[in-house]
Design a protein around this ligand. Structure first.
Ligand SMILES: C[S@@+](CC[C@H](N)C(=O)[O-])C[C@H]1O[C@@H](n2cnc3c(N)ncnc32)[C@H](O)[C@@H]1O
Length: 545
């Protein structure tokens, strides 16, 4: 860590203001990210066809970049559990890379994750002592120190590791808010556990229901809170030494009138205040999360064994109860939860069972071998895990599976980003067909028939501006039983409701992509046709070069 003191203006004028920052090799190297497309693989999607839940197979930096266009500011809770950089070799992914490299991997990802959060959203990062303290400083820089919420200590083990000098009994969970003030307004108290609820009783048949009693004294000497109390059984009490009663006398008498003060069964006890279960909100969370409340590593392994069998286990899962607590503190039903290091799929599975929307990203093959089967079981209501039982989850919903398409762009000889000619017109059309559930099968003569879903339902993809005249011309060529979906980059507003058998909509930003290097308008020449519409296409690859 260092204070940056060097003047950044070649010694002229005032030096740049000093700031505390963590520096490492490669920190300031620019990362070139070209836009990538997420393409749905309908054969791997499952359940409700209208679901917004996404399971993405691919590198999370590229996938997050692809999501940024449509999801910036929309995610309420992000949980990530990145490789801890411990040097262990896990079966399903590499862990243990040089510290600077690890920080270089994390920084751009956390920057995009922050962009995805909405104003009252929060990021929760599981990490252990190998990188926790470096990660904290990195996150302070990205989020600002004032948006640091807490370092939760999760008790991950049940007993010390006898091989270690001082064994790690906990992981850290670093918590950051997009905006601390907004986050404070939405974070919820923890609901009472059954054990806590059981401490509420109703020995006097109070119509307000079960209650627990608490001390009616406060520390110090406040003259108007120093009075004698005579109990219904006739015993007189004064405040104990160094203390006063909790309220002034009139408030106390009012509470007695309402039956909110307890003097013991015989009416002779020291007064105590009643707190009703129905009126108590639960407790604010604190940073100590014992495994009795949120599970431990062995519990997570057991869950994985239940799901996949011991032969097909996943090395580093988190227990469902741990994720449940994060989701329940920070979100309500319908909110969007994201995990970009999905592993065996725990976050998506838990969010789904709690009726939250979810996006999960996983690089490894276990996106296929673990995440898909796990989420299918969740959708079917057959995962057989204790959390499903306690939530009363019976199944429902669905998820869509996406792959990252190959890169759209390459550099030309002048170092400009251009559409790779390998990514030709047909590939984009094919990508859109997949996205919209059509089969890519270009018609030999009619350029607007690029794909179909039935013998009469067609799709046409264009990045040209579609005018009313062009639409009329296409309509003339259609037979009355045919329908057409046009996916265009832009179109005249009158096109929208002009024909009942033609639907026109914009190609999602996610698919067009937005290049971050100065150019944000890659007009893809995606139809090769002599028709007017093709002539109107703005830029071809050749133009770019
Ligand atoms: C510690 S595991 C997450 C375990 C998860 N919390 C669970 O309960 O199963 C970390 C995961 O991050 C994935 N991962 C590592 N680098 C990635 C990347 N660049 N993009 C997407 N996933 C990545 C690994 O393949 C691994 O599955």
């Amino acid at each position: 860590m260092s204070y940056s003191t060097a003047p950044t203006n070649n010694g002229k004028g005032k030096p740049k203001k000093q700031r505390l920052e963590l520096t490492w090799i490669g920190k300031d190297e620019e990362i070139k990210l070209e836009p990538r497309i997420l393409i749905e693989d309908p054969e791997k999607s499952y359940g409700d066809p209208n679901t917004e839940n996404m399971l993405i197979h691919g590198d999370n930096l590229l996938a997050l970049k692809a999501l940024e266009q449509d999801y910036a500011g929309k995610v309420k809770c992000i949980y990530i559990d990145p490789p801890y950089n411990t040097g262990s070799a896990f079966e399903h992914y590499d862990d243990g890379i040089e510290h600077s490299l690890w920080l270089n991997l994390m920084k751009p990802r956390i920057e995009i994750l922050r962009n995805l959060l909405n104003q009252n959203g929060s990021l929760w990062i599981s990490i252990d002592d190998n990188e926790a303290h470096y990660l904290k400083v990195l996150c302070d820089e990205i989020f600002r120190r004032s948006n640091f919420v807490a370092n939760v200590v999760w008790q991950k083990r049940t007993s010390p590791d006898m091989r270690a000098t001082i064994g790690a009994g906990h992981d850290h969970i670093l918590v950051y808010a997009k905006d601390i003030l907004s986050f404070k307004k939405i974070i919820k108290p923890l609901p009472k556990t059954e054990k806590q609820k059981a401490t509420y009783k109703n020995p006097d048949n109070d119509p307000r229901g079960p209650w627990a009693s608490s001390d009616f004294t406060a520390q110090g000497f406040r003259p108007n809170q120093m009075y004698s109390i005579t109990t219904p059984g006739g015993v007189v009490y004064e405040p104990p030494e160094g203390r006063c009663w909790k309220n002034i006398e009139s408030v106390f008498l009012n509470s007695v009138g309402e039956g909110r003060i307890w003097f013991g069964k015989d009416g002779k006890g020291v007064p105590r205040r009643k707190t009703y279960l129905s009126e108590s909100e639960g407790q604010n969370a604190w940073t100590w999360w014992p495994n009795t409340e949120v599970g431990h590593n062995q519990e997570a392994k057991k869950e994985i064994n239940t799901l996949f069998g011991p032969a097909n286990a996943f090395d580093t899962p988190k227990p469902e109860r741990l994720i449940k607590r994060i989701v329940e503190l920070t979100t309500i039903e319908g909110d969007l939860v994201l995990d970009s290091f999905l592993g065996s799929g725990t976050t998506s599975a838990v969010a789904h069972k709690m009726d939250r929307k979810h996006i999960g990203i996983e690089l490894g093959e276990h996106a296929n071998t673990h995440c898909i089967p796990r989420l299918k079981k969740v959708v079917d209501g057959t995962d057989g895990l204790p959390l499903s039982e306690s939530l009363g989850w019976r199944g429902g919903g669905g998820f869509k599976f996406y792959n990252l398409a190959p890169s759209l762009l390459r550099k030309d000889k002048y170092d400009n980003w251009i559409i790779d000619e390998k990514y030709n017109a047909n590939m984009l059309a094919a990508a859109m067909c997949k996205h919209e559930g059509f089969r890519f099968s270009p018609h030999e003569e009619l350029y607007w028939k690029q794909g179909k879903s039935t013998e009469t339902d067609y799709i046409f993809v264009t990045t040209a501006f579609v005018t009313v005249e062009q639409l009329d011309k296409i309509h003339e060529e259609m037979s009355s039983e045919e329908s057409l979906l046009i996916c265009a980059k832009s179109f005249a507003p009158e096109c929208e409701d002009r024909y009942t058998n033609i639907t026109i909509k914009k190609i999602p930003q996610m698919i067009l992509g937005k290049c971050e290097y100065g150019q944000d308008n890659y007009d893809l020449n995606i139809i090769e046709s002599t028709e007017k519409i093709a002539e109107d296409q703005d830029i071809t690859d050749e133009d770019n070069e």
